[in-house]
Design a binder for this molecule. Sequence first.
Ligand SMILES: [Zn+2]
Ligand SMILES: [Zn+2]
Length: 355
Amino acid sequence: MNPCDPHVALAPRPGVADPLPAGATRWAAMELPAPGRPLQRVWRDRLPTPGPGQLRLRVAACGVCRTDLHLLDGELAFPGHPVVPGHEIVGHVAALGPGVSGWQLGERVGVPWLGWACGECAACLRGSENLCEHARFTGWQLAGGYAQQVLADARFVLRLPPGYSDAEAAPLLCAGLIGYRAYAMAGDDVQTLGLYGFGAAAHLIAQVAVHQGRRVFAFTRSGDLAAQRLALELGATWAGGAEADPPCALDAALIFAPVGALVPRALHVLRPGGSVVCAGIHMSDIPSFPYAWLWGERRLLSVAHLTRRDGERFMQIAAEVPLKVQTREYPLAWANQALEDLRAGRFAGAAVLRC
Ligand SMILES: [Zn+2]
Ligand SMILES: [Zn+2]
């Protein structure tokens, strides 16, 4: 089996991550006991009870995101207790807590990274719930979707567009959504768009950009021909290594790889007035660079998390633009393997756990 083949679903080992039979109450989760340790499979004997305003979801699929690696590696503050990662959750409503309305049992929904915001702090009141000082994030402060069951605040779950399988819908919930927020932040006047790090997010947002008539320039790890080929198949005008110069100056560049050295690289190939948007939650240090590369009203920005409005807008776009979602599927019990394959860049597109 070629691990780079898209749409390759690994056969579960016998007895591992068996689908939860109807009516069963015993369920599995993959839990991170502490940073630097592998995830451990744990079994729970009772279904979680949704509290006021919550839904209980039977998880169908959960995407594997680079942020999960940052949590594993201790680059995000560890909550101080074992945590179930996963914030690209596709699940079916299995129980409604007190006071929940607007959702039906069995309905397919998505749970993104922003799991809760206070609605009362200065950031929330000015419409920036992504910057809420009390925000809680799925798969970090809140139990995530590397599990067969999860609880979610009904106000923060998203309706998912039809036409995508559960595995295809999962990467929309972070790779797609954060990619979209970064893309939107670059502005409307972008004709030439650079994407640094052509993984889960870039392969989705490249399709949106091409659909909207923009020219896409894909920068991959040096020698990652599979990613470069995928970029060209999805409509990119040009693809090359991250150290290469594109054939023209760029109006904007989005950086999805957690590599600070890409920031001066991207600024260097930007036209005056253009933008570099850093989309990751963690990045290695940015090396110093000549001020001339920033001069000329070039802008350097970061994107933090998402708002529910981003989610609604992006799901609308995903309904209109038939996105080809490149997935590499793993059974839930293989979460450690999925994370290591992501770290090593062993596949193009997005890793998804089947729960
Ligand atoms: Zn993510
Ligand atoms: Zn708030």
